[in-house]
Design a protein around this ligand. Structure first.
Ligand code: ADP
Ligand code: MG
Length: 353
């Protein structure tokens, strides 16, 4: 038996007898760690959480919490006996109870752990829901309902908390604030948590590890930094959708050549033989803008993101390259204008496939 706080080993996650995600293994090392699972809609994220909570069976592999097997081919501990709290994706507040009663139900259900529970007032303030405590679920907004469900899941300290897209209905303007508060509550109370989301920024911010689920597989389970900078497959790159892959030829242990960009130097994450034809990952922050450069491409789109712009440039070979520019850059380039790229091009982590 391993020392991991939570461990999934070789599990096929299924609904009925239909396998949705195959042969999944990952673990949460320490109590209090937060991990995030990311993946497109319909891939099986909710199924994974439901299975961990004991609502679906498995017939391959094992799921263990604190050294005790919860699910395996022969074992299936009842959901109530797992001390795992699952906050459903959809609003699951009881319609005939007030928000306050709904939240306190969470505490009542788990009498033994009451001493460990998070302070009610603190939670209400952090999630900013004091004004809706006496309202009924039909009288509040979807975002408020999600915050109330979150409060209900957090009020008792489960051994493992499962949050299924907890902030999907929270207004964008309020989201970052809630993310910060959620992280603080989870860290302060040392609640081990698995968060399912389809928002990569949310996963990168909240998780100490992120799992990417694509095509019926857990493709990568890694630090957020590595998932972004060292994606292990073309599928992960395409899913994160921030960079593009361009054809290049490896010309030395520290350089490549591309038709449009010329020489690119840097450190290969994985070595390739000299002369290999590869697909090189270019992320928006890899290229730098320089008005004085003679390497110029046409601007075909510009997205204002508040703190930055993402320009889309078209190269002579019709490749579309994203380039990040700080939003204080004084002269903004319009569509159809030329945009200079700084030379020499150096990329810290060269990722190729
Ligand atoms: P996600 O949470 O990633 O969006 P789900 O785990 O909810 O995905 O669903 C995975 C797949 O299983 C989807 O194709 C979905 O249509 C299907 N599915 C979900 N629930 C059921 C069910 N009760 N019966 C049959 N198929 C289901
Ligand atoms: Mg889901």
């Amino acid at each position: 038996m391993s020392d991991n706080f939570f461990e999934i080993k070789n599990v096929d996650f299924k609904i009925g007898n239909k396998v949705k995600v195959k042969n999944v293994s990952f673990s949460i090392e320490k109590e209090g760690d937060i991990i995030c699972l990311l993946g497109p809609s319909g891939i099986g994220k909710t199924t994974i959480l439901r299975t961990i909570a004991g609502l679906e069976n498995i017939n391959k592999g094992s799921i263990a919490l604190k050294g005790k097997t919860l699910s395996s081919e022969n074992i299936n501990i009842e959901p109530e006996k797992r001390n795992i709290s699952l906050a459903f994706q959809e609003n699951s507040l009881f319609p005939h109870y007030t928000v306050k009663k709904n939240i306190l139900l969470g505490a009542e259900r788990n009498e033994i752990k009451k001493d460990k529970s998070i302070n009610f007032e603190e939670l209400i303030n952090l999630l900013d829901i004091s004004h809706i405590l006496n309202k009924f679920p039909h009288e509040i907004s979807a975002g408020e309902a999600q915050r109330a469900s979150l409060a209900r899941s957090l009020i008792t300290k489960p051994d493992l908390l499962l949050l299924d897209e907890p902030l999907s209905n929270v207004d964008q303007s309020f989201k970052e604030e809630i993310q910060e508060k959620l992280k603080k509550i989870l860290k302060n109370s040392k609640i081990t948590t698995i968060i399912v989301t389809h928002d990569s920024y949310e996963a990168f911010y909240l998780g100490s590890k992120c799992g990417i689920i694509l095509n019926q597989e857990l493709k990568q389970f890694d630090d957020p930094y590595n998932v972004y900078h060292l994606p292990n497959s073309v599928e992960v790159v395409n899913f994160l959708n921030r960079g593009i892959l361009i054809p290049a030829e490896v010309t030395s242990p520290k350089s490549l050549e591309n038709k449009d960009l010329g020489t690119i130097t840097g450190n290969f994450v994985k070595p390739f033989p000299i002369g290999s034809s590869v697909k090189l990952l270019i992320q928006p922050e890899d290229l730098h803008h320089d008005d004085t450069s003679n390497l110029k491409f046409e601007v075909i789109d510009r997205k204002f993101r508040g703190t930055n712009f993402i320009y889309t440039l078209k190269t002579p070979t019709n490749t579309l390259i994203p380039v990040f520019v700080h939003s204080h850059h004084i002269h903004q380039h319009e569509v159809d204008e030329k945009f200079g790229i700084k030379r020499p091009i150096h990329i810290d982590h060269i990722v190729c496939f």
